[in-house]
Design a protein around this ligand. Structure first.
Ligand code: DP6
Length: 329
């Protein structure tokens, strides 16, 4: 007898790393080598529906209404296989995922995507995972996704080889500190190197990789303390050091990975200019040229206007602290 179809959907928000994750202690298990700290954002949402259905001849993966590429489907199927191993479900699955981002272009969705997939697939398989197990499941596919399981301010500790259980944990809920993150999308250059590939290249070839591993925990500790104290000056300075240090590893990899575009530097100059005029405004960049700017709620409009006037910035919007993953059966 075959099992009847079971389904569930989940909604997860993207997060932005205040203390960056770059580098793995265990590549096979996807265990980060440094601690990272993030803020979950309200507007960048992925919604994913998973249906296990014995009548399907193979897994089907659809992303934003199109068929997933082979590489995208493989990462999704790896997660489905993990869920099948932990449950009684043996059927193939139909996965359909939609990103509700203010714009489709330019922002990575793997954090919200794998958090939503972990939650929807485990619920559809009848597994009643708590947030910690869900976070560990998401982390195995994409470490930043472990953080999107929780809302607000979140940390993912560094792990070591074989650490299959490593999970993120909440530092403070979104209500703790009503900061704003102004996202400045920039003109993009050539096709970027994905973060998984980029951090492996840095580990293997950057002469500054070990220095990054040595220093990253210090910035993470400072940032965690500053979140608790709601001290934006301390948080912002450490956040900028963390982002510049990880980009330093990327730039000094062989071949080099330079994620920045001219507009990235222009936006950084805008941020510095605002700071010189007395605002507590701080920038961070991920594996791409876009600049995300952390500021107080009362400064968000002024920051956004300044970024809108910056050469090469194509679009801006203001994000707030957001919630953790939610499951709908
Ligand atoms: C620069 O979580 O995408 O955005 O674990 O290989 O999937 P994998 O990497 P991913 O890396 C994110 C890197 C970053 C910094 C961060 O979000 O901490």
């Amino acid at each position: 007898m075959t099992d009847p179809p079971t389904e569930a959907s989940a909604r997860a928000c993207a997060n932005i790393a205040l203390a960056k994750y770059w580098g793995k202690a265990d590549v096979k298990r996807n265990v980060p080598a440094v601690p990272s700290i993030s803020l979950t954002l309200d507007q960048l949402v992925t919604e994913t529906r998973v249906r296990f259905d014995a009548s399907l001849p193979s897994d089907v993966v659809r992303l934003d209404g199109r068929r997933a590429s082979a590489a995208e489907a493989e990462r999704v199927v790896t997660m489905l296989d993990r869920v099948r191993r932990e449950s009684r479900v043996r059927s193939n699955a139909h996965v359909s995922s939609h990103n509700h981002f203010p714009t489709a272009a330019g922002l990575a969705s793997s954090a919200s995507g794998f958090a939503a997939l972990a939650a929807a697939a485990s619920a559809a398989a009848g597994l009643r995972f708590n947030a910690r197990r869900l976070s560990a499941l998401a982390r195995a596919s994409s470490a930043s996704a472990a953080r999107s399981v929780y809302g607000g301010f979140v940390e993912l500790p560094a792990g070591s080889r074989g650490d299959a259980e490593l999970a993120a944990r909440p530092i403070a809920p979104s209500e703790h500190w009503n900061v704003r993150l102004v996202v400045a999308l920039t003109e993009t250059g050539k096709k970027k190197v994905g973060s998984t590939e980029g951090m492996e290249r840095s580990r293997k070839t950057s002469p500054y990789y070990q220095a990054w591993l040595d220093q990253a925990p210090r910035w993470a500790r400072k940032i965690k303390r500053a979140i608790k104290d709601r001290d934006l000056d301390v948080l912002g300075a450490a956040m900028e050091q963390s982002t510049l240090a990880f980009h330093c590893c990327a730039i000094t990899s062989d071949p080099p990975i330079l994620y920045w575009a001219p507009a990235t530097l222009a936006a950084l100059a805008t941020v510095r200019g605002l700071r010189e005029r007395g605002l507590s405004v701080w920038a961070t960049m991920d594996a791409g040229p876009h600049v995300k700017v952390l500021c107080e709620i009362g400064d968000a409009t002024r920051v956004r206007q300044a970024l809108d006037r910056t050469r090469g910035v194509t679009r801006t919007w203001v994000a707030k602290p957001g919630p953790g993953v939610e499951v709908h059966r």
